[in-house]
Write a protein that binds this ligand. Structure first.
Ligand code: FES
Length: 92
């Protein structure tokens, strides 16, 4: 189970939600969640704690913490994932 308390405010983290790795950004208590698959060729993005971005290791695409595209070759942002908040727990 993933908890909002595991993710510092203003930071992102890959967490397991419902058995699926999920890119989650804690926007000061509001959770934004994305599929970890990069829209370019489906490599998995990682959180870059220094730059506060989601970075793809395969061909260098970068995404803002809110999932929007920062740098290609991807032509679009990360795919949003619908999640629910139940207390502090994040579920699908
Ligand atoms: S798969 Fe992410 S940049 Fe190509």
């Amino acid at each position: 189970m993933a908890s909002i308390n595991d993710i510092p405010k203003g930071k992102g983290k890959i967490v397991n939600i419902g058995g699926k790795d999920t890119a989650v950004f804690n926007d000061n208590g509001t959770v934004k969640a994305f599929y970890t698959k990069c829209p370019h060729a489906e490599c998995h993005v990682n959180w870059n704690d220094k730059e506060n971005t989601w970075d793809c290791p395969c061909h260098g695409s970068r995404f803002e913490n809110d999932g929007t595209l920062k740098k290609g070759p991807s032509t679009q942002g990360l795919y949003p994932m619908d999640i629910k908040m139940d207390g502090g727990e994040i579920t699908r």
